[in-house]
Design a protein around this ligand. Structure first.
Ligand code: ATP
Length: 434
């Protein structure tokens, strides 16, 4: 293989190099022409003084359509006209792929393109450095999550995504015809990660897809998202879980601040590190806060987008971008959450970030009889959950856990206005391609 250089590792000490990339721009000034060649790390300037390079080469390079993919071999020269301090004077080139004309959308043109057009041409949209940087950062978020979890003794797991029963309510289940039997796409790994507590793993985590048939068009819901789930045994209460989440979040945000500077600069963002401990608000307090902010919510209502935003504004003003909301009424929570005896409350919480829910979690009901009772109260048939319930029949430790939407987390870290901005190929009610 030839020895290639890219814009990330070229310097004036290099004599003769081969570089590869996309022709971002061609400027022909007559006696001299320039190509801006873009690769993963940035751009390079190819400079073509007409008199100094072979005429055929000048013509062929100068007429290349934008976004064509080429390799250029040439001499590296020092230059004070370019950001990298070097330019390349070509001696030969290879055309790997000539781009069609016109382009479906521009890569560097300063025109506002609709989100739909961008998503329809996502391969092109992702050529923009500031868009691709989001996914470089997302990759780091996932790595940092895994790092924090493994450091804390969690085992990385993968659970089935084709399942026989839903855990998060029937309204958002996607049906699948499984060789003539009814099946669904998993809404979360909830039932499986709990079963693994009975198996004695003690601490597990999964970063995997979750599917919800959300028939609404909001900027925070998609039909396929990546969920970072954790589950841990031997807890004394939900505080053990919130403490673990806090540790992971802090590790992720500090890690990004330390390692992602280049990508953050590309987007023009900084990562804030919220104060610890993250404040804990009760659901009742939140209802009071949103009422005072002028929203007519009543006890028992979902805080909703508006309510969450109102609370987020108040908390951010105090420097608290991340905060937990606890003591939700049990009615609002799924069957697997433990109820607070003698009250209408549950041992559950949400984690909100800059005015949006990014996680739900809580202590689970590990007692078989109570769990079956919860199912019946919610109108579910315990028979549909037989194999899950078996894990509770034969010895289950006290446990709890959480699910964090990775897409929402990334969107919030970077203040992106729509969760779709943090997903390579988002799926929603109207989008199945690309
Ligand atoms: P919401 O009330 O915002 O619809 P939820 O209460 O249905 O969320 P949970 O079932 O608690 O969500 O899921 C845990 C986390 O998974 C959420 O906090 C969110 O980060 C993420 N999540 C859930 N549904 C979606 C979705 N449709 N699109 C993107 N992320 C989601």
């Amino acid at each position: 293989m030839r020895s290639f250089r890219d814009s990330g590792n070229i310097s004036k000490e290099d004599a003769n190099v081969t570089v590869r990339g996309w022709v971002q721009d061609v400027r022909n000034l007559g006696g001299i022409s320039f190509i801006t060649l873009r690769d993963r790390h940035g751009t390079l300037q190819i400079t073509m003084p007409k008199k100094k390079i072979e005429p055929g080469l000048f013509e062929s390079l100068t007429k290349l359509p934008r976004e064509s993919v080429i390799a250029v071999t040439g001499e590296v020269k020092e230059s004070n006209q370019t950001a990298l301090g070097v330019e390349i004077i070509p001696s030969s080139f290879e055309l790997y792929s000539e781009a069609g004309v016109p382009l479906p959308m521009g890569v560097v043109d300063k025109v506002n393109v609709e989100m739909d057009t961008r998503l329809n041409n996502r391969f092109m949209d992702l050529r923009k450095p500031e868009i691709r940087a989001v996914f470089e950062i997302r990759s780091m978020v996932i790595e940092l999550i895994s790092e924090a979890m493994i450091k804390n003794g969690f085992v990385s797991i993968n659970t089935p995504k084709i399942v026989a029963s839903g855990a998060e309510g029937g309204a958002t289940l996607f049906s699948v015809d499984y060789f003539g039997k009814p099946a669904y796409l998993a809404q979360s790994p909830q039932l499986y990660k709990q079963m693994l507590m009975s198996a004695g793993f003690d601490r597990v985590f999964e970063i995997g897809p979750a599917f919800r048939a959300e028939n609404s068009n909001t900027n925070r819901h998609v039909t396929e998202f990546i969920s970072f789930d954790g589950e841990m045994s031997w807890i004394d209460g939900e505080e053990d879980i919130t403490a673990m989440i806090e540790e992971v979040m802090d590790h992720v945000l500090r890690g990004l601040k330390e390692k992602a500077k280049k990508h953050l600069d590309t987007i023009g963002k900084e990562v804030g590190i919220p104060k610890r401990p993250y404040p804990i608000l009760t659901y009742s307090e939140c209802i009071r806060m949103v009422n005072e902010a002028g929203l007519p919510l009543r006890y028992g209502d979902d805080l909703g987008t508006e309510g969450e935003k109102a609370i987020g504004d108040i908390m951010s003003e105090k420097g608290n971008d991340l905060y937990f909301i606890t003591e939700y009424p049990e009615e609002a929570k799924p069957f697997y959450i433990m109820r607070k005896e003698g009250t209408d409350l549950s041992f559950s919480f949400d984690l909100d970030y800059k005015g949006q829910e990014i996680s739900s979690g809580g202590q689970r009901e590990h007692r078989y009889r109570e769990l079956v009772g919860n199912m019946e109260k919610k109108g579910l048939d315990p028979k549909d959950f037989d194999s899950y319930l078996d894990a509770f029949r034969y010895g289950m430790p006290p446990h709890g856990g959480w699910g964090i939407g990775v897409d929402r987390l990334v969107a919030k870290i970077l203040d992106l206005p729509n969760v779709r901005e943090a997903i390579l190929f988002p799926r929603d009610t109207s989008r199945l391609v690309p």
